[in-house]
Design a protein around this ligand. Structure first.
Ligand SMILES: [Mg+2]
Length: 413
């Protein structure tokens, strides 16, 4: 076989030679190192209808390989140290030994190995174990993209090299006074070029929510996309009452009106109101999404890779949504770093949430220009911590137990 006329590279037509090259590209996992950041949120305090946080928790993992490359992955929490430690312990003590010495290239095989590990499956097909699995899976994809020399969205066959529309959630917390909310929304749209905003609702007084919505719609005009999010606090009669009126303000979607797992209630609501339903940020599995989609309980599908078992399962959910012609609007529990890559790559996505809490912690933090995310160009999944992140926001993982030492090597040559 001749050398390629275009690239002048010699083809590999010998199977043994090709096998040698593949062997050389192996990335043996030689260390599993956990970390935890507690990063202050905007103004050091935000609240929605159910949650109140001062910091965003980032329990994560660095997978070190014999290639010298390191993969970073993390999940997202309310920065509650005892539960954050459960996640990092699950990474280090449950999944760490299963990863020791493995080839990091085999992402899907390793995902299956961890996801199907009987002792873990027995106690945690949702919640802590799933969030720990998410961190590991994201770190594996970060490694794979770095080894390829590509940003993850390109490795996944990106469909939107021009960028994707962003919407801002950080302006619309329920804790923000109305005058401040209106001024903030006006500034974001008039001065900063934002095209979409999300407003939190679910105040005990329904009239308060609608006064705010009316004021925001008047301030930003008819051309800005507005979404509302009740964070699962309403009962069905109250959600129906909201639903009757939301269309008056041209609301693009009504997010998590009812409790997260109430598939039947969401289906009843979806049949009764004109505003589309969005949900999924609290669903932990592909099967969970299938249940809601089959019941026609959701219009905008909002999978979160840091709550599902990482990128591998997120992609399956997005494919499921696509097969039902449902749009995917990812939830940004990762504070947008991973989901930006996924949204640029998956054909079901057309809009993505923006919350900037990790912009000072990540090397290649997401950027928005003229209302659209700028496609990142650094190789990887966008999860690599800045050199000073642990110093500024790191929290000790050491517990009273002498066996809980952090950063223990899991294998040696
Ligand atoms: Mg939400």
């Amino acid at each position: 076989m001749q050398t390629c006329l275009l690239c002048h590279k010699k083809p590999v037509n010998n199977l043994d030679e090709a096998a040698t090259l593949r062997r050389e590209r192996k990335m043996k996992i030689c260390r599993v190192e956990t970390f935890l950041l507690h990063v202050p949120v905007t103004s050091n305090h935000v609240a929605d209808s159910l949650h109140e946080v001062s910091h965003w928790g980032v329990p994560g993992v660095v997978l070190c390989t014999d290639s010298g490359l390191q993969g970073y992955g993390y999940t997202g929490t309310h920065a509650h140290l005892p539960t954050d430690r459960l996640i990092t312990d699950a990474i280090e003590y449950t999944y760490g030994p299963l990863l020791a010495g493995e080839d990091a290239n085999d992402v899907h095989r390793l995902w299956r190995k961890l996801h199907h590990f009987p002792p873990a499956q027995w106690v945690g097909r949702a919640g802590i174990l799933k969030m720990a699995l998410a961190a590991v899976d994201i770190a594996l994809w970060d490694l794979k993209a770095k080894a390829s020399g590509l940003p993850l969205w390109r490795l996944l066959g990106g469909v939107r090299p021009q960028g994707i529309q962003a919407y801002n959630t950080d302006c619309g917390w329920l804790s923000v006074p109305t005058s401040e909310l209106v001024d903030g929304c006006r500034k974001l749209t008039e001065e900063d070029g934002w095209l979409g905003l999300k407003i939190k609702i679910g105040h005990p007084d329904v009239r308060h929510d609608f006064e705010r919505l009316r004021a925001v719609r008047r301030a930003v005009g008819p051309n800005i996309r507005l979404m509302v999010d009740a964070n699962g606090v309403l009962d069905l009669p109250t959600a129906l009452r909201y639903g009757d009126r939301l269309a008056d303000y041209d609301i693009s979607w009504f997010e998590e009106p009812l409790w997260y797992d109430d598939c039947r209630g969401h289906a009843r609501l979806a049949r009764a109101i004109r505003t589309p339903i969005a949900l999924g940020e609290q669903i932990y599995s592909l099967d969970g999404f299938r249940q809601f989609i089959d019941a026609e309980a959701v219009h905008y599908v909002q999978p979160d890779a840091v709550r599902l078992g990482g990128i591998s399962e997120w992609w399956q959910v997005a494919d499921l949504a696509l097969s039902h012609r449902l749009p995917v609007a990812p939830h940004a529990g990762d504070m947008v770093q991973v989901h930006l890559h996924l949204a640029l790559a998956h054909p079901a996505c057309s809009i993505l949430e923006y919350i900037p809490w990790l912009r000072d912690s990540i090397e290649d933090s997401a950027a928005v220009r003229d209302g659209h995310f700028v496609p990142p160009q650094m190789p990887g999944a966008g999860t690599t911590l800045r050199a000073d992140a642990r110093e500024r926001f790191g929290v000790s993982l050491k517990t009273a137990s002498p066996s809980a030492a952090n950063c223990a090597p899991v294998c040696t040559d």
